[in-house]
Design a protein around this ligand. Sequence first.
Ligand code: ATP
Ligand code: MG
Length: 496
Amino acid sequence: MKNSKKVTDQVRRSDVEIHEIGIVESVRKFIVLASGIPSCVNGQIVDFENGSRGVVMGFKEDYVQILVISMGGEIRNGDKIYNRAEPLSLPVGEGFLGRIVSGICEPVDEMGPIQKDAQFPVFFEAPGIMDRSPVEKTLETGTVALDAGIPIGLGQRQLLIGDRLTGKTTVAIDAILNQKHTGVICIYCCIGKPYASLLRVVQILNEGGAMPYTIIVSGISPAPVAEQYLAPYAAAMLGEYFMQLGRDVLVVFDDLSKHAWVYRQISLLLERAPGREAYPGDIFYSHSQLVERAGYLKPELKGGSMTFLPIIEILQGDVTGYISTNLISMTDGQVYFNSGLFNKGIRPAVDFGLSVSRIGSKAQWPAMREVSKSLRIEYLHYQELLQMSQIRTSGLSKEAEARLKRGAALTAVLNQDRHAPQIVEGEIFILYALNKGLLDPLTVEQIKKFKAEFFKFVSSSAPELIQSLRKEKKLTQEMRVQIEQMLQNYFSKAQP
Ligand code: ATP
Ligand code: MG
């Protein structure tokens, strides 16, 4: 190395041996160029003389490029820099549950220090193919449109994609709220969003009683760039701790398009040649390394799982951008939020035509699969028919009219208020009633009332039906008879 002022004497600082001492050659914003630490590798941590810390991001001719992750004071040219040959690792543990931490796992909620159980590498390598099991359990999202139409399995990576303000965060937060009774640990990672957005999410999770099983990783936009960049990796790392203990984990990344912007900003300062849409060429690698970390471990490795819901924001419905096509190709499916549907009042504004779940239906409860098998196609047919009927108002066949009625009932079933996740058994009962045609004659208001009341009605009059459905996960002949009986009782009593 040219300009190298390498010091070979080994100095001891804290508990880890220092391999090399280098020199800061230049500082530009949060990027430092240093020499004299020739043996360091990418993703490794280095310490500055003034107590600041940095992570190695790359190499340039004679220099090492370092991203400063925590500031211990001003860094100046000529400062010493210590290489201990340690990968970047951060604390993890049970103590993080219920807390809000920064992208470098430091508490930001003023609730005091966090007791760590272990120290994990941030850029952890994803589990290999031999360590994984096929996806076999369902993630109960509590959103009927997803559970019935675009099912997600534990260990799956499902992209939530759509324009601004189309309800992406709401669906992800509802999935977190719905894990209250499932034992799934949740991590919400906020990247590049304003403080107010994070505050809103924290408030909803607090009100919904979700914080005891949730960790919030905050890489909000006023935070240092390094923290925004590291936030999703830290969130995955916090999840890995629980996954390795055999727990199920759900991680929401809100959102990765902002993460790509942050990475672009860092790369431009690193003087890397910009590629497509000015993003650095290795953004695909960077995101795929992240999403690969989701999965379902085999029973010998305690059978834990990590499910990822990355969110991507697009412009005017265009899914062909660089970052969105990358993520579509590296996930197991996507839920597409359509701003047109959202503006028409359809909530959640899920577009079944462009949404897909490639593996989730294998993990769906057989009962849910049975009641929802023709739901997507029926809904799409209904929308076509609806458009046609708006052009031609008279002379519709009886069959078309019946289909319009069924479609309207289906729309009312799929429409759901925010932050009111539904239990799977309840969703199955409602879809059962829909398939039997019992909802066709009802108005939207009546269907709404039925959705709100019927599960409570069954749990008070036949709780054993709910228990056996949860246990068996499929509809037996006796259950069918019982559900029909319940529906009959409900409609004879409750409906005007
Ligand atoms: P952004 O692009 O800002 O991240 P987003 O796509 O994440 O937006 P949300 O913030 O989830 O969208 O939702 C936008 C607005 O629509 C919010 O005010 C939210 O409360 C409302 N909203 C979303 N889903 C529903 C729903 N099912 N019922 C009622 N309101 C909803
Ligand atoms: Mg959002």
